[in-house]
Write a protein that binds this ligand. Structure first.
Ligand code: SIN
Length: 478
């Protein structure tokens, strides 16, 4: 077993082993082998973690941004040094191919690198006063203890994107990773400990999501929640946090339109679509969901996509050349089966894939559906799997209206060689992020987040630090 598969939690600088009858089993989704266990902790331990974070808060905030940035840099260097072991842990628990795990680790560590520097740039400002004898200024201060709830699809990057920003701002944290992919998160804690992050600053707890989430959202000492996950859970956390007016950063579901205009370069468009959709077997909130292709190039596009998909290699992420791993669990496979059947019942054509996997297998074949109707469930909501749902359009205004006919608005993609069309779509689309001629939009230096019910606030970029700071205004009479 990898020394970075650690079956413990971390509260107040102490490693907590699982107790009898209070464990969660973690499986490898590629073969359903048991990888290990983790503690199944509850309300009492969540409270202890919050108190530890609270006790550490003032001393952590009192360090200079240079001191905190220095520790972040050491943490970053340790992540880089242990990249290969961390990648194996991630592939074992999440199923993504090793090459993708390495890519995610580079993405994850880039947030630490970015926020180690951003720590030094939490500027306040001097405000010109209307009266001669007054000085008006603002300073930025950390919001305080943060509850961080992260998903299984990017088990390292979703943690560092939040925590590196929180640490840079001077906040302490209690993290609850998803129980299906806890080992990447725990390994990151181990490396943070080695980097010298003081006790109580970084606490990690595993257990029942509803119990831990309930305590974090309602506790008076927790000043902010940052969550990545589904829109329904985001709504629930927001409702729970209302009684203490919890600050909330929410990165929720998407339903990304991928628009291929009549003037698009087809090779560029196919590269972008494959990059965005095949990443993590489509299990990403920014994955292209509704693929709208202009009717003049529709047949050619479907044919070329089918050739690309046929060439993909699916398998255990540890095997050479594998481009797609399994889905996270059986429920995810059942969801793909349901969405494909529903779309076909509503008039879609099954171009490729769609066969059910063997009993117990978490692998689902990459599937292409054409002529998907607007009523199909896979058009109404997030697919979160390797199903390409295509339909044609004849007019840009109609395509924009259909793209915006969604209660969520996270990412969108536009393939065009026309500046006029680029402007039309990028301004008109109701989404927080737009990729033009690219399926890759996520970078540490850029603000990640959505419009409408895709969430609140941004992660990454300068906005990512701001989410963990509050502004104090000071008026001085000289
Ligand atoms: C997500 O799908 O939750 C995040 C994807 C990204 O950061 O690119």
């Amino acid at each position: 077993m990898s020394p970075l598969i650690i079956q413990k939690n971390y509260i107040n600088g102490e490693w907590t082993a699982p107790r009898d009858n209070a464990t969660i089993t973690v499986y490898n989704p590629a073969n359903n082998d048991i990888l290990g266990i983790i503690p199944d902790l509850g309300a009492e331990e969540t409270e202890s973690a919050i108190l530890a974070a609270h006790r550490a808060q003032d001393d952590w905030a009192a360090l200079t941004a240079y001191e905190r940035g220095g520790m972040l840099r050491k943490w970053y260097e340790l992540m880089v040094r242990h990249r290969e072991e961390l990648a194996l842990v991630m592939t074992l628990e999440n199923g993504k191919p090793l090459a993708e795990s390495r890519g995610e680790l580079d993405y994850a560590s880039s947030f630490i690198d970015w926020f180690a520097e951003e720590a030094k740039r939490s500027y306040g400002r001097q405000i010109p006063s209307a009266q001669k004898n007054r000085t008006l200024q603002t300073i930025k201060q950390p919001v305080g203890v943060c509850g961080i709830i992260t998903p299984w699809n990017f088990p390292a990057a979703m943690i560092t994107r939040k925590i590196a920003a929180a640490f840079a701002a001077g906040c302490t944290v209690v993290v609850k990773p998803d129980h299906r992919t806890p080992y990447s998160a725990i390994a990151l804690v181990k490396l943070a400990e080695e980097a010298g992050i003081p006790k109580g600053v970084f606490n990690l707890i595993t257990g029942d999501a509803a119990t831990i989430g309930g305590v974090l959202t309602q506790h008076d000492l927790v000043k902010k929640i940052s969550f990545t996950g589904s829109t329904p859970v985001g709504r629930l956390l927001m409702a729970q946090g209302a009684s203490t007016l919890k600050r909330m950063s929410l990165e929720l579901g998407g339903n990304a339109p991928f628009i291929v205009c009549e003037d698009a370069d087809l090779t560029v468009a196919l590269d972008a679509l494959m990059a965005g959709k095949i990443r993590n077997a489509g299990q990403a909130c920014v994955a292209p969901n509704r693929i709208f292709v202009h009717e003049k190039i529709y047949d050619e596009f479907v044919e070329a996509l089918t050739l690309r998909v046929r060439a993909l290699k699916m398998g255990d992420g540890r095997e050479d050349g594998v481009q797609l791993g399994p889905l996270i669990d059986q429920k995810a496979v059942e969801k793909m089966e349901h969405l494909v059947t529903d779309a076909v019942n509503k008039g879609a054509h099954l171009v490729l894939g769609g066969e059910s996997p063997g009993q117990g297998s978490n692998f689902y074949p990459v599937t292409i559906l054409s002529d998907v109707s607007q009523e199909a469930e896979c058009e109404q909501g997030e697919i979160f799997g390797p199903v390409f749902a295509l339909s044609s359009f004849s007019d840009d205004a109609e395509c924009l209206a259909r793209s915006n006919a969604s209660e969520v608005g996270l990412a969108a993609y536009v393939m065009t060689q026309s500046l006029r069309r680029m402007d039309f779509y990028t301004r008109g689309i109701e989404c927080g992020m737009v990729g033009v001629n690219s399926g890759v939009i996520s970078f540490a230096a850029a603000p990640f987040g959505g419009y409408k019910q895709s969430g609140l606030h941004r992660e990454g970029g300068e906005e990512g630090l701001d989410a963990y700071l509050q502004t104090k205004y000071i008026a001085v009479q000289n």
